[in-house]
Write a protein that binds this ligand. Structure first.
Ligand code: FAD
Length: 472
């Protein structure tokens, strides 16, 4: 029997909503399923946080600049969209961490800050002798009681490796991804692999050593040793443009803000728009951040304690210089900064080195981050104030005094969702509420099961699979 015709409303046209629309479109076409969809986006463009600028031969990302290649959902989407030929992996090179006013090479063998090689760890000046001795206690410390329970990332690593390794290496590396307070971030929802290592091997150092991947093989995309991140040579926004081309024009509504979702007696959903009009769907994919989604849902469905800490606001500043501006061009791909340092910038990517395709010859492209979980004021300052503070730091760290030829400040207000301890249980409660009170409505995207682009794409695909399954 032919399944009943189904219309799906997707709210939000970032990578999550676009992925959902792409797979609904593809499945309907390939399997001849009676599914239609409408993708509703509040702004005048698709892509959400993905934004690329092309200027004078530079490819400048204002939001995400790449993704972790081993999480395959995004690569699969890129391949299916016909853009595999544009995939490039990063140049590998030394990365640094700034601590005690100096840049220190990240010790070789440190996996997210956990040492797996003795020599580089003993040699590094990043930790004192006492700090190193404390980290070595990981080799003898027992598993923690309740090793299956969630704990904050900070508490977990402090117990195993001590404060110094956490403050000088792990915190700067991890907060670069979540811009969060590691003493509140959930281990289970951000880095569950470390919890598994402790459970299986007790010692992180010994357990991680066993898990180290084999020596790198020549890359699939590119001939040289492959970095672990991928991006598109024409910028990530070219994926957004390509997906938009592949979707039906009439199914994409821009400049339409959703203001509510109401279940009708028929079991269908009335999706209310801010302009006073309505549309209907049999299923809805909520692909906007939870802060928006919760305003659209009735109280029975919301989980009040979910993301009770607002997402962190950050800004990026991309700066183009002539190559001569770098008097002290350190051979590497960038640095992160310990939160104990008195700097405004939290991290800096030497984009021209990590991603050479982004920068024309004779030029340098640097991208710095500002804004931390406990201090976001700088994000709301003027472009000029941010530039001045960033240049002041760069002058001290890298001896750069020349003003950039041009720069772009991109503010991302409440953009980094904070997965606090027990996030998983709250997420489960939200899913249970949706299936009990709003069946056929699915939440997907950065607020739930990972903030990375591949996580967002995977969550969209999961929602689409549920919808297609429900038609069988
Ligand atoms: P969004 O991109 O936020 O899209 C949501 C969309 O919903 C928006 O277009 C919005 O306008 C729309 N919307 C909101 N409200 C409504 C409404 N009421 N009605 C209709 N539409 C609505 N990840 C990586 O993997 N690699 C990186 O290098 C990386 N770097 C990052 C750098 C920065 C500065 C930031 C902020 C994030 C970075 N991330 C990175 C994370 C990643 O970019 C995001 O998690 C991801 O883009 C989120 O996609 P999304 O579709 O879930 O949400």
């Amino acid at each position: 029997m032919m399944p009943q015709r189904k219309h799906v409303v997707i709210i939000g046209g970032g990578i999550t909503g676009l992925t959902a629309a792409f797979y609904l479109h593809k499945e309907a076409k390939e399997k001849n399923l009676p599914i239609t969809y409408t993708l509703i986006e509040a702004s005048d463009r698709l892509g959400g946080k993905i934004k690329t600028i092309h200027r004078d031969g530079f490819v400048i990302e204002r939001g995400p600049d790449s993704y972790l290649g081993r999480k395959q959902s995004l690569t699969k989407l890129i391949e299916e969209a016909g853009l595999a030929g544009q995939l490039v992996s990063n140049e590998t090179g030394q990365a640094y961490v700034m601590s005690g006013g100096k840049l220190h090479p990240i010790p070789e063998g440190a996996v997210m800050g956990v040492p797996t090689k003795v020599g580089p760890f003993i040699k590094t000046k990043l930790f004192s002798k006492a700090g190193k001795a404390r980290a070595a206690m990981d080799l003898v410390l027992p598993r923690r009681d309740g090793a299956d329970q969630d704990i904050s990332v900070g508490h977990f690593f402090r117990r195993r490796l001590g404060d110094q390794v956490v403050e000088n290496l792990i915190e700067p590396l991890l907060s670069g991804i979540y811009a969060g307070d590691i003493d509140r971030l959930s281990l289970q929802s951000t880095f569950p692999q470390f919890q598994d290592v402790e459970r299986k091997s007790r010692s992180l150092i010994l357990g991680m050593k066993q898990n180290i991947p084999k020596p790198e093989r020549p890359g699939t995309y590119g001939k040289k040793k492959q970095g672990q991140f991928l991006t598109l040579s024409s910028g990530l926004e070219s994926l957004v443009e390509r997906l938009e081309e592949l979707l039906e024009e009439k199914s994409i509504w821009k400049n339409k803000k959703v203001s509510g979702i109401h279940r009708e007696d028929t079991g269908r959903y009335r999706v209310e728009l801010e302009d006073g009009t309505n549309t209907h769907g049999d299923s809805v994919i909520l692909a906007s951040p939870y802060s928006v989604a919760k305003q659209l849902l009735p109280e029975t469905v919301r989980v009040e304690e979910f993301h009770s800490t607002p997402s962190t606001s950050v800004a990026t500043i991309a700066m183009a210089f002539p190559a001569s501006a770098l008097k002290n061009d350190i051979n590497g791909t960038g640095f992160v900064i310990s939160r104990q340092e008195p700097t405004t910038i939290t991290a800096c990517t030497w984009t021209h080195r990590k991603w050479p395709h982004t920068t024309p010859g004779g030029k340098v492209l640097l991208r710095c981050y500002v804004g931390r979980a406990n201090n976001q004021d700088i994000v709301f300052e003027s472009d000029e104030t941010i530039l001045k503070a960033v240049m002041n730091d760069l002058n001290k760290i890298m001896d750069i005094t020349t003003e950039p030829e041009f720069y772009y400040v991109s503010r991302w207000i409440q953009s980094m969702p904070q997965y606090e301890v027990n996030h998983k249980q709250r997420w489960q409660k939200l899913q249970d509420n949706l299936s009990a009170y709003y069946p056929g409505v699915y939440a997907a995207g950065a607020s739930y099961e990972g903030v990375g682009l591949p996580d967002c794409a995977a969550s969209a695909q999961k929602a689409v699979n549920h919808i297609i399954e429900s038609m069988r």
